[in-house]
Design a binder for this molecule. Sequence first.
Ligand code: ADP
Length: 307
Amino acid sequence: MSTGDTVDAGTASGAVVRPAAVEFRNVSKIYGEGTPRQYVAIEDVSFTIPDVPDHGEISSFLGPSGCGKSTVLRLVAGLEPQHPPTRGEVRVLGQRVVGPGADRGMVFQDYTSFDNRTVLDNVAFGLECRGVPRARRHAEAREWIERVGLDPVRDAGKYPHELSGGMRQRVAIARTLILRPRIILMDEPFGALDPATRLDMQDLLVRLWREVEATVLFVTHSVEEAVYLGDRVFVMATTPGRIAADLRMPAASAPARETQSQPWFREQVQRLQEEMERVEAAALRPEERRPAAGRGDAVAASPAGAR
Ligand code: ADP
C-alpha cells in the first residue's frame, strides 16, 4: 500500500484499499536534457489526489504562466513530449502511467472538435472509435448534448464554425464525458471565454461533476475560478516549476455568480492572492525560498460531497 492509498470502511472481507486517483512521486521534467536548450520545467513535484468513493474531487492547479501547470496535466494524460517524466513516477489509479488511456479524458482551451463533423458526430466520436453502433452512439450523444445545455435537435446538426466559443466548449466537455473517464484533465478550458460565459461554464462543470463523480484536475490562472471549483488548490511557483502550497477550499453551495460576493469566497480569494504574491516574490529571491507553505492546511470546509 502506498501513502496515497485510501482505506474504505471495513466490509465483510475487511478493509478495501483504493489506490490514489493521481500520484506524483518526486517528478521532474527537463525539456531538451543534455542540449544547450535544456530547461527544467518542473522539479521534484510530489502530491497525492485520493480516489474519493462516490464523490471525486476537483483539484485546481493555479500559478503564473510557465510554472509547469500544463506539463503536470499532460504527464497525467501520458501525452508526449511531457510524458515520460525525466525523473520520478506518475501513477494513475495505482498504475504507473505509460501513455494515454481510457481512464483519463482531457479538455483543452482551444476547441478540439473536428470542423468537418456535426456536433452530434463530434460528441459521438469516441464511441465510434470504440465500435459502438451508430443508433446507440447517436442516442447517447443526444443525451450528452442536452446535459451540457445544448439543444439535442437544433444544435446537433450544426458544425463547429456555427457555434459560439461557449457552445464549442460544451461540445468538447460532452465529447470527453460521454466516455465516462474516471479522471478528467482540464487545461484552462474556459480561458478564452468572456466572463459571463465563463461563470455559466463553471456552474455547468460543478453540476456535471456531481453526476459523473470523477476526479478532476483543473488548470487555471484565475484565482476566482480556482477557489470556486477547487476542493483543493495547488499553488505552483516557477523557475523551476514546483508545488508551493496545497490548500483545502470550502465547497461552494451556490451558483458561481452568487458565490462571487459571499464573504468566505472573498476571503479565500484574498488568501490565495497573497499566497501567489508570496510565491512570486520568493521566485525573485531564490535564496529566501521557504519550504512549501500550507501543506495539508485544512480550512473549516463543508463536509465532503456538500457541493
Ligand atoms: P504553464 O502551463 O504553467 O504555462 P507549461 O507546463 O506549459 O507551463 O511550461 C512550463 C515551462 O516549460 C515553460 O517555460 C515552457 O516554455 C517550457 N516548455 C513547455 N513545453 C515545452 C517543450 N515541449 N519544449 C521545451 N520547453 C517547453
